[in-house]
Design a protein around this ligand. Sequence first.
Ligand SMILES: [Zn+2]
Length: 242
Amino acid sequence: MLITDITMIEFEEGLKHTRTIILPFGSIEEHGPHLPLGTDTMQMYEIARMVAKKYPVFVGPPVFYGLCRSTREHPGTISISGQTLRGLVLDMLFSYYHQGLRNFLLFSGHAGGTHLSFILDAAEEFLEKTKDTRLAVASILDLLNMSAADMLETPKDSHAGEFETSLMLYFFPDLVKGTAPEEYPSFPKPFLVRNKRKFWPGGVWGNPAKASAYKGKLFAEKLSDFIIELIEKIENIEEDKT
Ligand SMILES: [Zn+2]
């Protein structure tokens, strides 16, 4: 049940069958010279939609904006602050709660560490302030690592490489503009740099040459099946009495 597509009556009826919702997050961020700026959000939402076709669950509209740090100087990256993201997540959670939802799976197609930390921080506060909720927070790379990491040929592939290019070739082949060279950032850690693009010119982290639509289909199926397993778990967790 896609929140954007159902009516008030269908929403009310849906609550009789499930109290669980997937909330997809993403970013507007450079994804190399070959993938669209909306990649993170679009791929996460498509996987959530696949889940909703196979399992009775609500899926919220995706949040297209996220917090991006290392790609901030690349053309097209539009970032919001951590405080804004945190506030948005809290507002969304409380409003869905008010409407009867109790199990929340917050999945982000953007796997930036700072971005995820603000989502997690909001989720923790919500968990503390409500007594009858269950939450899960994961990035798409966490989901990949937990379910299908062995399918990846490129170690450390994470951004606009084998994994994301495969998903986009499967979901949105018309939006993939060829490919890009294998690349990894060379930030001089622990120093912070102003000109981030200098240390990551192509904006790719991994190897897009290893991508294919077929792999994308397999990744998407594995991840959506894994999310269903997580939903079954979250819906059957024993109440913690401690
Ligand atoms: Zn991405």
